[in-house]
Design a protein around this ligand. Structure first.
Ligand code: ZN
Ligand code: FE
Length: 259
């Protein structure tokens, strides 16, 4: 898999608890940024690596994901990609995207998924060759974004799309919220042994000030309560008799908002 080896993914901490990501295609030298919380740390990372930014990919319209776009576009002449549905509230787009559209970063190709829920018009970028999905504030490590604009059934559908990707996919999400998410996850499924061991590794990472993002999709499926709203173990843990799904997801999301 030449393309897999050619892709380098760098996590860039921004603001208080945001993450941006660089995707570098060593074959062509192209470099994409996913989300631009602020320009400074991203520019520093590009300079340190000697990379020129060719593309900016936007997941959703919140300011902590777009505020650095214009400065970086101006500095690099980068091409900006984002959701057509959000074109009215995003920086000017060179490419307006909808579900199923392709984005190209040098020789690397990504596919757009509509993952509305946190906002309506939120998209994710799946790069199969790089083995990574960039989820913004939809699926997060041990959590998911708050439902500011969309509905619970909408977010549940979005999470199911992400859950269907290959298990080894790296989930590159937008925030370091993992410790707080973990405390909540434990309140839902205290007996989940995969969760217990993951929480130990997360606590160790945070003690050393290491990011817990990206995470691995298979691990999210085993431990993230928002991906488990139809899993027999989670349903048993909360005493739900049925098959679960959107209604249980809605219940878990509500509990998290009050946690
Ligand atoms: Zn957001
Ligand atoms: Fe955010």
């Amino acid at each position: 898999m030449v393309k897999h080896q050619a892709a380098e993914i760098v996590t860039v901490p921004c603001l208080a608890d945001n993450y941006a990501f660089l995707i570098h295609d060593s074959a062509t030298g192209a470099t994409a940024l996913v989300d631009a919380p602020e320009a400074g740390p991203i520019q520093s990372e590009l300079t340190a690596r000697g990379w020129r930014l060719t593309d900016i990919l936007i997941t959703h319209h919140h300011h902590d994901h777009i505020d650095g776009v214009e400065a970086l576009r101006a500095a690099h002449g980068a091409t900006v990609w984002g959701a057509a549905a959000d074109a009215h509230r995003l920086p000017a787009l060179d490419h307006a995207l909808a579900e199923g559209d392709r984005v190209s970063v040098g020789d690397l190709e990504g596919v757009v998924l509509d993952v509305s829920g946190h906002t309506v018009g939120h998209i994710a970028f799946h790069f199969p060759g790089a083995g990574a999905v960039f989820t913004g504030d939809s699926l997060m490590a041990l959590g998911c974004g708050r439902l500011f604009e969309g509905t619970a059934p909408m977010m549940w559908k979005s999470l199911q799309k992400l859950r269907a990707l290959p298990g080894q996919t790296l989930v590159c999400s937008g925030h370091e919220y993992t410790m707080a998410n973990g405390r909540f996850a434990q309140s839902i499924e205290p007996e989940n042994s995969d969760l217990i061991s993951r929480l130990e590794r997360i606590a160790a990472a945070r003690r050393d000030d290491r990011p817990t993002v990206p995470s691995v999709l298979s691990e999210e499926i085993a431990t993230n309560p928002f991906l488990r709203a139809d899993h027999p173990d989670l349903l048993a843990a909360i005493g739900h008799g049925g098959d679960g799904g959107a209604a249980v997801f809605a219940d878990i999301r509500r509990r998290k908002d009050q946690f």
